[in-house]
Design a protein around this ligand. Structure first.
Ligand SMILES: Cc1cc2nc3c(=O)[nH]c(=O)nc-3n(C[C@H](O)[C@H](O)[C@H](O)COP(=O)(O)OP(=O)(O)OC[C@H]3O[C@@H](n4cnc5c(N)ncnc54)[C@H](O)[C@@H]3O)c2cc1C
Length: 380
């Protein structure tokens, strides 16, 4: 038995999610990739099926389930290579900001829609001049009577086109300190002064709508501040643990799926009159991949347990995010070689996997930033 305590209910849920992915998500993959976006209707269907925001409590319209349900949904979505319908980003990265720091009114107003899929969320930290250095952001939030006036540009925002609600990080210019001057705000779609910029055409994750967001004298009510003024940076840092853990969960599940493709292909493909799998070089390569994946899996599952127990596992989470994303990039490159010309075909999952996985060492914090935080934990 693994370290994660999955009950029969969890296992049943996993089978339901898997069936849902096979019937409702997988058949639309190419259509969504070509459209460069997932229709909002697909989000609502996910919500109706009960696969958005499993951790939101019943009081706010959710099922009030434990974190393992989020793990299951993320793993099953990674297993079908679904990046566009970014349920993990919505349910386990953005909505937790509202769930944890929101006022009673904010939770009642937004959480039921987040659970049903009527509200799609995004988190906007990155700016053209502020990526890894979140504290360097320049978008401003200035108080004016009962309102807050927001000005600035955000870029590379996932769900940027589809989002109905943005958790926005902005600077309070009256506070000089780089970190203490950041606060979080809730900005609704349709607020005058909030517009979308370019739908960014990335090399991978084509079905995920990544966009620029513009705020020009965008006025929101003062009560749309999320958490305390000046605590934005601290809140971001606190929630980044779960964001990076979710990335690692998707990475390891994605790597496990890609290994299955490789093993199946090695058994089927005939080279020089015998299956590729008869070659010792191929066997050793697949054995190395299986070893790396299992090591990552064991470390990750312990980490999930610690995270669920409320432990501060910041450095270990950075290790898992960095190791799993680097591992899957090496792995998919080897799998591409194994598949040969067939791996290059758009009809093969390898080509899309190759493009999509390249992004994982960059978003949610780059490998270099993960290493910087790990080094800090060593007192360096
Ligand atoms: C597909 C995609 C989706 C994204 N979604 C979102 C989103 O929803 N919301 C959001 O806010 N952001 C989002 N981002 C932005 C993402 O978080 C940033 O790309 C990431 O934090 C890195 O920032 P950067 O690209 O500006 O790189 P930079 O910070 O400009 O870094 C450039 C290079 O310098 C290295 N570097 C930077 N600082 C250091 C340092 N101190 N020490 C050593 N090396 C360093 C980096 O590792 C990198 O190799 C997304 C990005 C992508 C690609």
């Amino acid at each position: 038995m693994g370290v994660l305590k999955y009950t029969e209910d969890h296992e049943r849920f996993r089978l339901q999610v898997r069936e849902y992915m096979e019937k409702e998500v997988l058949p639309h993959t190419m259509e969504w990739e070509e459209a460069h976006i997932v229709p909002k209707e697909a989000w609502r269907k996910m919500g109706e099926a009960g696969y958005l925001c499993p951790c939101v409590s019943k009081e706010y319209g959710g099922p009030g389930l434990d974190f393992l349900y989020s793990v299951i949904i993320t793993e099953e979505m990674a297993a079908v290579g679904q990046a566009g319908l970014a349920a993990m980003l919505h349910s386990d990265i953005v909505v937790p900001y509202i769930n944890t720091y929101g006022t009673e009114e904010q939770k009642k107003k937004y959480l039921p829609g987040c659970v049903s899929g009527a509200i799609i969320t995004a988190v906007a930290m990155t700016e053209p001049g502020a990526g890894s250095d979140v504290g360097g952001l320049e978008a401003t939030a200035e108080e004016d009577g009962d309102e807050i006036v927001i000005n600035g540009v955000k870029t590379f925002i996932s769900n940027g086109i589809n989002c109905d609600l943005v958790v926005l990080a902005a600077r309070n210019p009256e506070i000089a300190d780089k970190h203490a001057g950041v606060s979080l705000y809730l900005v609704e779609d349709g607020t005058p002064g909030f517009t979308r910029g370019k739908h960014l055409d990335k090399m991978g994750m084509h079905s995920q709508d990544t966009a620029e967001l513009f705020f020009s004298n965008c006025r929101i009510p003062k009560e749309n501040i999320l958490g305390q003024k000046g605590h934005g940076f601290l809140m971001l840092m606190e929630k980044l643990q779960q964001e990076r853990l979710m990335s690692a969960i998707a990475n390891v599940a994605g790597a496990e799926t890609a290994l299955k493709w490789a093993v199946a292909y090695a058994k089927e493909a005939i080279v020089d009159g015998k299956p590729l799998s008869k070659s010792q070089a191929v066997k050793f390569k697949l054995a190395e991949m299986a070893t790396d994946i299992n090591l990552n899996r064991a470390f990750l599952d312990n980490l999930i347990n610690d995270h669920m127990a409320g432990k501060d596992v910041t450095a270990q989470t950075m290790m898992s995010k960095y190791a799993s994303s680097e591992m899957m990039n090496l792995q998919i490159s080897d799998i591409m070689d194994l598949f040969g010309e067939y791996g290059l075909l758009e009809s093969s999952p390898v080509a899309r996997g190759f493009r999509d996985q390249r992004i994982t060492t960059i978003f949610a914090g780059t490998t270099e930033i993960m290493k910087t935080i790990i080094a800090k934990s060593l007192g360096l």
